[in-house]
Design a binder for this molecule. Sequence first.
Ligand code: GMT
Length: 375
Amino acid sequence: MKIGIVCYPTFGGSGVVATELGLELSKRGHEVHFITYNQPVRLELLSNNVHYHEVNVPEYPLFHYQPYELALSSKLVDMVKLHKIEILHVHYAIPHAYAAYMAKKMLKEEGIYLPIVTTLHGTDITLVGSHPFYKSAVTFSINKSDAVTAVSQSLKDDTLRLFNIHNDIHVVPNFIDLEKYNTGFSDCQREMMANDNERIVTHISNLRPVKRAQDVISVFYNIQKEIPAKLMLVGEGPEREKIELRCQELGIQDKVVFFGKSNEIDKILCFSDLFLLPSETESFGLAALEAMASGVPVISSNTGGIPEVNAHGVSGFLSRVGDVDDMTKNALYILKDEKRLQTFKDQARKESLIFDLHAIVPQYEAIYEDTLTKC
Ligand code: GMT
């Protein structure tokens, strides 16, 4: 198949999933065209089967807001015609599903039929999409998609609760390329980060308020009072300054390493002992899955789709949102005992196998085929 993929090209989970999906589809013989405003961060290699088309939005002083959806839908029309793209898979409803619908309408005028698959990722529904300013357009574009998928049952339930949807929503969970994680690192540079007797705790996110990074600091503060430990904070976002300040106030700044945005998540996870994800809401929690695949147990909140990923008492533990004491208790339970830590590491890795890309990507292929047959 010739498949167009529209996504955000950033470090966010939706862009990562879209990129990994496109790369795997290309390995499976499909021709994949990424159409977005920057080359996706995990899209390192372009090949005969993987193409990237940049959407440009020229600045014009009259525009207070530059019309990205307009430029995107125009680019989609052009690329579909030029490369004979047969199906379009858009990740994140806003504004991608809307722009895709406009492209579909324009193409129809020329007698070209373009089926659209929309994948909902989370904040496009729970935080942004349900805002009254966007709700009508989001409802419309979900209902106008030829197929709709959500990355967890929880997100599907949220979508049906928050919007008036009459389309079916297929749950296709996020996935991971386990081969990348199984190879391991012969040079896992743990000794550069911590002493042998220290435990390494890690948090990776875009440091937005929804991630509750302040809870990460509170849990870590409690942990390091009991056992020697270091905290690895990966990612950039609006909470970073406040977090740095809080680390100083608590006097733990020497125990916290800020990595900023990193393309070397697997290298950081390879020396981590525990992953913290205390989010307010999370439709899936790809970062937790990546940790598990690296053999890192997860202490998380029990919100949204996280319980579909992190198995309580197996790959880690779940607590109520904001219950820092319970998270601390669970973290120390895992970290204090060497043998127990190893058991949780093994169990975390084993649980991640459910989300192997070889099991999940065929589900998307089946949806594409079904959609093309129906249209
Ligand atoms: O977590 C974010 O703020 C980024 C966001 C995104 O769109 O990239 O992540 C969402 O999609 C990921 C991939 O499907 C999910 O793993 C995240 O749980 C989801 N984030 C939220 O629901 C907050």
